[in-house]
Design a protein around this ligand. Sequence first.
Ligand SMILES: C[S@@+](CC[C@H](N)C(=O)[O-])C[C@H]1O[C@@H](n2cnc3c(N)ncnc32)[C@H](O)[C@@H]1O
Length: 212
Amino acid sequence: MYETHSREREREQQSRDWTGNQNSIYKTLGASNHTESERHEHDYYATEPKAMELLLEEEQFAPVVWECACGEGHLAKVLEKAGHEVIATDLIYRGYGDTEPMDFLQETLDDFEGDIITNPPYKFALEFVQRALDSVQPGRKVAMFLKLQFLEGKARKQFFLNNPPKVVYVSSSRLLCAMNGDFEKIQSSAVAYAWFVWEKGFSGNPIIKWIN
Ligand SMILES: C[S@@+](CC[C@H](N)C(=O)[O-])C[C@H]1O[C@@H](n2cnc3c(N)ncnc32)[C@H](O)[C@@H]1O
């Protein structure tokens, strides 16, 4: 199984002493029990599983997929059902996937050869996309479920010019994301979402498609 670089380092460090840093504070919090407000702070909005089903109708992914911000596994479970081996990690363990919290922006998996698919925390969406592209091999895919407005913005324009997505799948009938996974509290979405799919190394013009 995949071992993270920083976990190895961390274990070495812990066997010598424990000094602590921001990352270890997160880990300690994650390992204990986050309060509701801490959970919200980390942007937990579960994705309607239909979003994953729709993408799988359009795109083929590697046998191994890393859901690097898995939440309660709303996307990961659909991938598993479709036959993928899913590595599921999150900064906060929410009852699904790897029980050891993993900060995707700080840690990585050794020799990862699969694709990355997630709905990331929106306040770090660009960082997640960049990090994901750094974490996959050339030719492998990164698929992110993001607000449609991720297309705009000066910093993102520069990023898109250097890293064009291969396809953007616009969700025409709005899909739902539920705060804290509570889908019963929401009937409809005021937010337009899209799947952004990168293929590492692709340099052409992106295609836009409309799904659902
Ligand atoms: C918008 S939710 C999506 C959850 C899940 N991907 C889904 O689609 O249902 C974002 C998730 O990112 C996690 N997260 C936030 N910061 C993170 C980080 N630095 N590393 C890993 N996961 C993080 C949150 O704990 C939360 O579960």
